[in-house]
Design a protein around this ligand. Structure first.
Ligand code: ATP
Ligand code: MG
Length: 343
């Protein structure tokens, strides 16, 4: 048995990291009364500490040898593992990533359903810029469900931002923003909402940009109808700095909420600063921070109106889709176009 004893330092997250973690809250009925399906605000029931995964076998499901921890989030942990079966058949790259729920979450039936839903939603998406899932499995000995998926080698955007605190020049920014928006527009077109767009859920991998972690995703009406429908009244989760105000106020996830999250990420990449100082969007709205919003340093002028619209606090004003934002950012400015025509 391998004991994954997390260091105390690993369990305590810095303020910076805490801002990036997804908060999970089991919403409680107010004063014991039913919620009647009305929007409400759930209090986080779990502190934003990295989840403890506890003791895991060396090899899961008789096949996957756990090698090392790649990352821990609000719900569980992701390990690099070696697929012993593919290795036996001579696969030159038998490495995979394996996502497993933390001990406390593993006991909740909702959590396994949430993990399965993450798998099913991701599997619905076949796109160069979306992580490729492999399988959903349960280790019968330790009774833990897990997902296996492609091992991404690279940097998540939160790490990239630490290395590049002043943001990225337009050429580099464009090479991340356009594939990211392509992935999101494609997911929306396939009826899949992400629900937790933030820098640590986007990887700049050796094989290009990958959007991942559909753990809070949802399928649209009539899509994957057999999936258990997890009520946001029972299970609420958000990442304060990237969740749109309506989500923090208990409304259901929408494509427009994903657009708000992706716009915050692109804004941050363009100048190194989050548009609203990483404040929860409801607080930023109460402080009228949108009135002080300036175009980020490295963003060409022609992209600003679209990005600005995508950052609207009020969903009714956020009248832009991921595909439209992609088109606006991918368009060449009329000045550049004129220059090219003259050449
Ligand atoms: N397929 C993968 N290949 C390599 N690293 C990965 C992979 N999947 C996840 N990671 C790493 O593990 C971290 C946590 O993964 P993930 O976001 O899926 O978990 P989570 O528990 O949902 O996190 P959070 O709740 O904070 O969003 C990622 O930020 C990334 O660093
Ligand atoms: Mg994540």
């Amino acid at each position: 048995m391998t004991e994954f004893m997390p260091l105390i330092d690993d369990l305590l997250v810095t303020e910076e990291e805490a801002n990036n973690l997804t908060y999970f809250a089991f919403a409680k009925p107010l004063n014991g009364k039913p919620l009647n399906g009305k929007p409400h605000k759930a209090e986080p029931a779990l502190a934003p500490t990295k989840a403890s995964v506890g003791v895991l076998p060396d090899v899961l499901a008789g096949r996957y040898r756990i090698e090392r921890l790649l990352g821990a989030g609000g719900m569980g942990a992701v390990y690099r593992a070696r697929d012993l079966l593919s290795e036996q058949f001579g696969d030159p790259d038998p490495y995979i990533a394996l996502k497993i729920l933390s001990e406390e979450f593993a006991e909740s039936p909702d959590a396994s359903a949430l993990l399965y839903s993450e798998f099913a939603l991701t599997r619905r998406l076949r796109h160069d810029n979306v992580l490729r899932p492999h399988t959903f499995e349960v280790d019968t000995d330790c009774q833990r469900a897990f997902i296996t998926m492609e091992l991404m080698r690279g940097l998540t955007l939160d790490k990239l931002l630490c290395e590049r605190p002043l943001g990225l020049p337009w050429k580099e920014l464009r090479d991340i923003a356009l594939p990211l928006l392509d992935a999101l527009a494609y997911a929306h077109a396939r009826g899949v909402l992400h629900g937790d767009i933030k820098p640590s859920n986007v990887m700049l991998s050796e094989e290009g940009v990958r959007l991942f972690d559909f753990g809070l995703g949802q399928a649209g009406e009539g899509i994957l109808p057999g999936l258990p429908h997890l009520s946001r009244n029972r299970f609420n989760a958000w990442t304060p700095g990237y969740a749109a105000p309506e989500l923090l106020e208990g409304q259901t996830l929408s494509a427009s909420a994903d657009v708000y999250g992706v716009a915050c990420v692109i804004y941050e990449l363009a100048g190194g600063k989050h548009p609203f100082r990483r404040l929860p969007s409801t607080e930023a709205r109460a402080g009228y921070l949108d009135r002080e919003l300036h175009p980020p340093k490295n963003l060409p002028k022609h992209c600003w109106p679209a990005l600005h619209k995508a950052l609207a606090f009020d969903a009714a004003d956020r009248t832009i889709t991921a595909a439209q934002l992609r088109d606006a950012m991918g368009a060449t400015s009329s000045w550049l176009q004129r220059l090219r025509l003259r050449a």
